[in-house]
Design a protein around this ligand. Structure first.
Ligand code: SF4
Length: 122
């Protein structure tokens, strides 16, 4: 049997979750609501996170553009994901919400601009 402990981050109550894997049968205790059970099982089987970082920005008033993922990305893809993002350059002007990298690594998730930046010439 495998046992794991998590702190639920879904709401401020921060319940202490305990997950057991008994030959593939997952059981969660310590959760106050169903969302905690789902969170623990997701953390165990396929943890996901939002991506927030920056990409190189050319022709803008600042050298970096903050970007965010349009949805959660599997943590198992983070290394490849950040390699791709850090090798991406965009050129100002750019608007908040513009897609910087569509469907990153075939996840169905876009990396989008988190702010608008005018060009140096504007
Ligand atoms: S288990 Fe439910 S009540 Fe507890 S922290 Fe998670 S979401 Fe909040």
């Amino acid at each position: 049997m495998i046992e794991k402990d998590y702190i639920c981050i879904i709401c401020p109550l921060s319940c202490d979750l305990h997950l057991t894997d008994d030959n593939g049968e997952l059981t969660v205790t310590g959760n106050t609501c169903k969302r905690g059970e789902m969170y623990a099982k997701s953390e165990y089987t396929n943890p996901v996170r939002m991506v927030t970082t920056t990409v190189t920005l050319e022709n803008g008033l600042c050298p970096l553009l903050p970007v965010i993922s349009s949805d959660m990305v599997p943590k198992s893809k983070f290394r490849e994901c950040f390699d791709l993002i850090y090798n991406t350059k965009v050129v100002a002007p750019i608007k908040e919400g513009d897609v910087v990298i569509p469907d990153i690594l075939g996840t169905g998730v876009d990396i989008v601009s988190a702010k608008s930046v005018v060009s140096k010439m504007s």
